[in-house]
Design a protein around this ligand. Structure first.
Ligand code: DI6
Ligand code: FE
Length: 401
């Protein structure tokens, strides 16, 4: 293992008591994949040796970014549906008329493995160019045992072939596939039989569902969660996106890693999430693209000390964007998050939403995932948009090229 010392960095460690976990003249020492020491350059302990030294030229350095909620593997696109929505059709109307998620399911089933892999790889590379080092990918556009497994295998392959950590989530309870029309309970029974097979093949790190009037009920969600619990898999939930179904409180009662979207989250839901330690994942891209007006209860989440994460929710229907940095900007402008909250949302809190405790801050013992930016101050990460200030990325102790 080679030990590398990066010097002359201005560190936003997000660890420790200073705002941003700031260290003005910082250095990071990594031994292989792990950070061995992080701190003030002048305080580097004499006993620590590096095989190689790299001067970062005073660059701003943050932890690697974590995009903790994406639907990256799918076929086709839905620009026509966007046009229909601009003419007045609602997301729900399109979904109920058999468009929406179902049209992406048809395109996904029709695509070859090679096509699905190539398009998902391009999207992953776009996110990586802005400093993403950990990426969650959900299934949910296959909606059969065969096609869900195919999409999850493609997600796993991305994690093997790219310098990136990929975490996979099974979202088979995303929408009702056409062959189960009128038989949602039967579909949920089928999903509960696939989960053990998918898990046995090592394809899933967590289980998710879409709990909504246009998708699955709380009772159906509960059945999926019971199956996940039986396998020892953690759960997350698309909850309270379009209405208040009480999904967040339900997920919290299963110790959910996260509840995501949450525009319609009630006070009761906030309390349940605080008690269970679930992360609130806010998705400003979907809020923006569906032209929602109902804001997630940010102050109530803060008051209850619920950790708040941000993610791209990249998907072809409600958030076709591929910039996690843009989500920081939108979280501040739309949701009134602070730039520091937004950065924690795509680092420490994003990691926690995936159950990962070895990343998201810069400290000894954490993974050596970090980004050097062409910026003076970390508040600029939420300020610029449409600009990519990412200069260099280190993932697992290795610089990406
Ligand atoms: N909520 C969303 O915003 C995405 N999935 C979900 O459950 C949208 C998925 C799509 O429209 O294709
Ligand atoms: Fe989503």
């Amino acid at each position: 293992m080679t030990a590398t010392l990066w010097r002359n960095a201005r560190l936003a460690t997000l660890a420790g008591p200073e705002p941003w976990g700031w260290v003005e003249r910082g250095a990071l020492l990594a031994d292989g994949r792990q950070l061995q020491w992080v701190g003030d350059d002048a305080a580097l302990p004499a006993g620590l040796q590096a095989d190689e030294e790299i001067d970062l030229g005073g660059a701003l350095v943050t932890p690697g970014l974590v995009d903790c909620h994406t639907h990256l593997v799918y076929g086709g696109q839905r620009a026509r549906e966007f046009e229909l929505r601009l003419q007045g059709a609602s997301y729900e109307q399109i979904a109920r008329a058999g468009g929406g998620i179902r049209s992406t399911v048809a395109a996904t089933r029709a695509a070859s493995d090679a096509q699905l892999f190539a398009s998902a790889r391009e999207r992953a590379l776009a996110l990586m160019r802005e400093g993403v080092t950990t990426l969650e990918i959900k299934s949910g556009y296959g909606l059969s045992a065969e096609h869900e497994a195919r999409c999850l295998r493609i997600a796993r392959r991305l994690g093997r072939e790219l310098p990136l950590t990929v975490r996979t989530t099974c979202l088979s309870a995303h929408a009702l596939p056409p062959e189960f029309e009128g038989r949602a309970d039967d579909y949920i029974s089928a999903v509960c039989t696939w989960l053990p097979q998918l898990h046995a093949e090592g394809l899933i790190d967590a289980v998710d569902a879409f709990c909504e009037s246009i998708a699955f009920s709380p009772a159906q969600t509960r059945r999926v969660f019971d199956a996940a619990r039986h396998l020892g898999l953690p759960v997350k939930l698309h909850a309270e996106q379009l209405s208040d179904c009480g999904g967040a409180a339900l997920a919290a009662s299963y110790g959910a890693l996260s509840c995501d979207h949450l525009e319609w989250l009630s006070a009761k839901g906030v309390g349940a999430m605080a008690a269970s330690g679930s992360v609130a994942v806010l998705l400003p891209g979907a809020f923006y693209f569906l032209r929602e007006t109902k804001l997630p209860p940010l102050q109530a989440l803060r008051d209850a000390d619920v950790p708040i994460a941000l993610a791209s929710d990249h998907n072809p229907g409600s958030s076709p964007g591929l910039s996690l940095l843009l989500m920081l900007n939108m979280a501040c402008t739309f949701f009134r998050m602070t730039p520091e909250e937004a950065l924690r949302g795509v680092t420490a809190h994003g990691a926690r939403a995936l159950g990962l405790h070895d990343r998201g801050t810069l400290a000894a013992g954490q993974r050596a995932d970090f980004v050097a930016w062409d910026l003076d101050h970390p508040n600029e990460l939420a300020y610029w948009f449409g600009r990519n200030p990412c200069r260099r990325v280190v993932a697992g102790g290795e610089e990406r090229h």
